[in-house]
Write a protein that binds this ligand. Structure first.
Ligand SMILES: [Zn+2]
Length: 62
């Protein structure tokens, strides 16, 4: 596990969110081409879900 993968807190409830999945965003690179990972051809993002309210957020993996 990379050290950078820290827990996120829900902005609504303040509880720790569960890391859910990685996703590859091919559209974000259109706005920020320098962020594209050349190995994937897109931008890797982490999805986190709140166990309380079900809110999900994505965070770009750098
Ligand atoms: Zn929440």
């Amino acid at each position: 596990m990379p050290e950078q993968r820290k827990k996120m807190k829900c902005s609504e409830c303040g509880v720790e969110m569960n890391y859910h999945a990685d996703k590859l965003d091919f559209t974000a690179g259109l706005e920020d081409p320098s962020a594209i990972d050349p190995d994937f051809g897109g931008i890797m993002e982490e999805c986190h879900a709140c166990p309380e309210c079900g809110k999900t957020v994505t965070r770009r993996v750098t």
